[in-house]
Design a protein around this ligand. Sequence first.
Ligand code: AP5
Ligand code: MG
Length: 214
Amino acid sequence: MKLIITGPPGAGKGTMSTFIKNEYKIPHLSTGDILRDEIKKETELGVFAKTLIDKGNFVPDDTIVKIVEKTISSLDSYLLDGFPRSLSQAEIFEKMLLLNQLELTGVIYLNEKKETLIKRLSNRLVCSNCSAIYNKETKKPLKANTCDNCEHSLVQREDDKPEFLEKRLDIYYAKTEPMLNFYRKRNLLYEIESGLSISEQYSQLQIILEMIRK
Ligand code: AP5
Ligand code: MG
């Protein structure tokens, strides 16, 4: 399957992607994770991206498209998380698929209310080593501040600091939300309602994936 998972910051894209990757054995490609990895390694791209990401701004389309093209060129199934995230990126991606005579299987849209998103992002912790996602309220690690998988310490993402949350959400509503209609018109958008727990959200997702994989 060739899938996109989209939705506002904090909707649960990363959390759901981990379940999908494990159950359906589909490679998970998060442009946010790729960029954060470059930042950690202090590469030229990482140094450039850090100035934008930490404050909640987008990285330019041509930079992102190069990363995606390089990563998916050898894959026959993938789950894209965080790309495309604007109408212009969706159009570029559609051209990329057409050129290679490929079709998208579906776009999963995780809907969530703004107040819930702010609460989740303020309480999110991520592993400093493997990037596993936790939450101080809704997904606590077994041992305080320690990753269940690799036992490294948990940290707050720079862009989850309160001063950047509203801005990231504003950018989402201005630039990413208009992209949803692009996929709705093509009958590719599958929406998961807001207000669900992590397990309820995944149950809905499984129903959708079982339906569209046929
Ligand atoms: P990215 O890493 O993609 O960040 P984002 O889109 O802001 O999304 P998040 O990762 O913050 O949220 P999520 O939906 O994955 O939620 P999560 O599962 O962690 O991008 C970061 C930055 O990189 C961008 O701002 C931009 O600068 C740059 N970038 C990336 N792609 C780009 C592109 N294509 N073009 C340009 N720039 C790009 O969950 C959140 C929290 O909630 C966790 O604590 C989790 O435990 C909890 N939680 C999840 N689901 C539930 C639930 N159902 N109930 C209760 N708690 C839940
Ligand atoms: Mg994420």
